[in-house]
Design a protein. Structure first.
Length: 342
């Protein structure tokens, strides 16, 4: 009798081991293979430990987002004109896009299921939208717990940086150059402003912004804020550094004359939690050091290969620095008018 039970129990154990092995090897337990045309979605997937197997414009992603692309990610070409043949060969389980690339959905859907996820929709705050996006992607790739961990860790991390900032930090002006005379000045609705609030810092710019959180202005308007400290987020468009070295408008700004301009490495201004964390890290380090910026514009040869401004990309600058993006009726129109990087 015992022998029979033993044999029976042993058979059940072997059957359970076989079933477990089958479950682990089955496609249902494997992480979904995702292709991403959008850098914001890609950076979040990477942070969730579910990196995309395909990514558009890998080199530009690293240059503008400032984060490394996953080692195994295949470059599928331009975000606006992906290599559909290569994408089909990769055979992803799903393709994630933002509304910016919605026109590609019909063609992409012939390859795999297309998931459209939005940030900067104009509804809700940056923080609420970034949390929603993180959770949506966590659900898509079966990383719900990782999504919650990413949210909690990011909020705690930024709070820790905020606690160590100098109390006498000046109000800040957060900007990126579009050419030597025009900047994007970031305020309400932007990633930069959201991080500033969580760090307890003041944005000197209280003017109106578009749904993407910026206003396009001439640098002469920066003279209205003589006490503010200027924070420039790289990269510079080719030729801008050299032009600023000879610009009377720039050299007479209060922050420039005090030699307290801060220049930060690239941070994806249209990103989500990973970019928010990166921005908090870089800004916190710069302000805590309380040292003059050593990478302010000089006369060194400019970078002639500014990422995202390739003539082959349909979202090039052209005369965009003089476009009135604030008059665009939708976030996508604003991006299309002035953003060489999306």
């Amino acid at each position: 009798m015992r022998s029979g039970l033993f044999r029976s129990g042993r058979c059940h154990s072997l059957a359970w081991l076989a079933l477990s092995a089958w479950l682990l090897a089955s496609p249902a337990s494997a992480a979904p293979r995702i292709a991403s045309l959008d850098w914001t979605l890609a950076e979040t997937l990477i942070a969730l430990d579910a990196p995309p197997v395909a990514l558009a414009q890998v080199d530009d992603y690293e240059s503008w987002v400032g984060l490394e692309a996953p080692p195994g990610a295949t470059d599928i070409g331009l975000r606006t004109q992906p290599n559909l043949e290569l994408l089909s060969e990769l055979d992803p389980d799903a393709i994630v896009i933002s509304p910016m690339f919605a026109n590609l959905a019909p063609r992409l859907s012939s390859i795999a299921e297309v998931k459209q996820l939005a940030m900067y929709s104009g509804e809700g705050t940056f923080w609420s939208q970034s949390l929603a996006l993180t959770r949506q992607l966590g659900e898509l790739v079966d990383r719900e717990n990782a999504a919650e961990a990413l949210i909690e860790e990011t909020e705690a991390y930024i709070a820790d940086i905020a606690a160590r900032l100098p109390e006498d930090t000046r109000p800040l002006l957060l900007l990126q150059f579009m050419d030597e005379r025009h900047v994007r000045l970031f305020g309400e609705h932007s990633l930069y402003q959201a991080v500033l609030k969580r760090m307890g810092l003041t944005n000197a710019w209280q003017g109106t912004t578009n749904a993407w959180g910026f206003s396009l202005i001439g640098i002469e308007q920066l003279a209205n804020y003589p006490e503010a400290r200027i924070v420039v987020v790289e990269p510079y468009i080719a030729g801008v550094r050299e032009a600023l070295a000879d610009s009377g408008l720039w050299r007479h700004l209060g922050s420039v004359q005090r030699d307290d301009v801060v220049t930060l490495p690239p941070v994806w201004s249209f990103g989500a939690l990973p970019s928010a964390r990166r921005f908090a890290t870089l800004l916190g380090d710069a302000l805590s050091s309380n040292m003059p910026d050593t990478s302010a514009p000089d006369t060194s040869p400019p970078d002639t290969s500014a990422p995202g401004t390739s003539a082959s990309d349909t979202h090039t600058l052209g005369t965009s620095a003089r476009d009135t993006s604030e008059q665009a009726t939708t976030p996508d129109q604003a991006q299309g008018n002035t953003d060489a990087r999306r």
